[in-house]
Design a protein around this ligand. Structure first.
Ligand SMILES: NC(=O)c1ccc[n+]([C@@H]2O[C@H](COP(=O)([O-])OP(=O)(O)OC[C@H]3O[C@@H](n4cnc5c(N)ncnc54)[C@H](OP(=O)(O)O)[C@@H]3O)[C@@H](O)[C@H]2O)c1
Length: 246
């Protein structure tokens, strides 16, 4: 990985205890940043990260990003533990796939609540901490599902397209304060989120990737590290695809 120096950065990564989020947390820790990683319920992964990164400036917080009240409570705690915020990564996300005709209302609501409302909750409270500093990076992890549409993923696709529209609008609101707002759109990345895909489908999906492999969480982390950098200061309101060429 390219070497960045983020030793004066304070970073929040939602859903930072496993999968893509964990790779982002590790990349920032290895670049000297102080990191707040959040999760919602999987204690095993949270404890594992804590254990493996003992001695690093890492704090782990458990709350549901879809709840505004819980997000407010998190930020109150964050302010006591960290005194600044340079980078916010909206990574927490879930999938509850089914075709629209069979999609339970709860699955529609849950996916929109975590992926889209969670992005709003975190960004709204995060931006208030960046504005006075006249610097900040907000990066949301969207998906090609939002731009292409994928059968059985109308809820997920709508939430991911929503993140892109949200990002474009917010980037216009805060550009004058030198805050950039972007999305990273990973293709198929080997994590638990897609571990339930049948082998046949995995084979079919892999054959559609021009680079002929699924991505690694670190591939996505590399894009986030770049967009967080000083060198990326003129990039805002856009989506960087990390899809192996799909
Ligand atoms: N993997 C892919 O192929 C792929 C492709 C495109 C986009 N993405 C996007 O990338 C992001 C990360 O995906 P991933 O594959 O790394 O997923 P993952 O392995 O399933 O991890 C999801 C993370 O989000 C957290 N989370 C879930 N619901 C939450 C909630 N209500 N409040 C707070 N945190 C919550 C989880 O916490 P717990 O551990 O406590 O459950 C976990 O840390 C998601 O936004 C996903 O849509 C993934």
């Amino acid at each position: 990985m390219m070497k960045y120096d983020y030793s004066n950065y304070h970073v929040i990564v939602s859903g930072g205890t496993r999968g893509i989020g964990r790779a982002i947390v590790e990349a920032f820790l290895d670049s000297g940043a102080r990191v707040a990683a959040t999760y919602s319920g999987n204690e095993e992964h949270a404890r594992k990260l804590e254990e493996e990164r003992k001695g690093f400036p890492l704090k782990i917080y458990k709350f549901d990003v879809s709840s505004y009240t819980e997000t407010e409570e998190f930020f109150r705690q964050y302010d006591q533990d960290f005194n600044s915020l340079e980078v916010l990564v909206n990574n927490a996300g879930i999938r509850r796939d089914s075709v629209v005709g069979m999609m339970p209302q709860e699955d529609w609501n849950a996916v929109l609540a975590v992926n889209l409302t969670g992005t709003y909750n975190m960004s709204k409270l995060g931006i208030m901490r960046m504005l006075p500093n006249r610097f900040g990076r907000i990066i949301s992890i969207t998906s090609p599902s939002g731009s292409m549409g994928i059968e059985g993923q109308a809820n997920y696709a709508a939430s991911k397209a929503g993140q892109v529209g949200f990002t474009r609008s917010l980037s216009k609101e805060v550009g004058k304060r030198k805050i950039t707002v972007n999305c990273v759109s990973p293709g198929y990345i080997d994590t638990e989120l897609i571990a339930d895909l049948p082998a046949e489908l995995v084979k079919q999906y892999k054959s559609q990737v021009p680079l002929k492999r699924f991505g690694k969480p670190a591939d996505v982390a590399n894009a986030v590290m770049f967009l967080s950098s000083k060198e990326a200061e003129y990039i805002s309101g856009t989506t960087l695809e990390v899809t192996g060429g799909i």
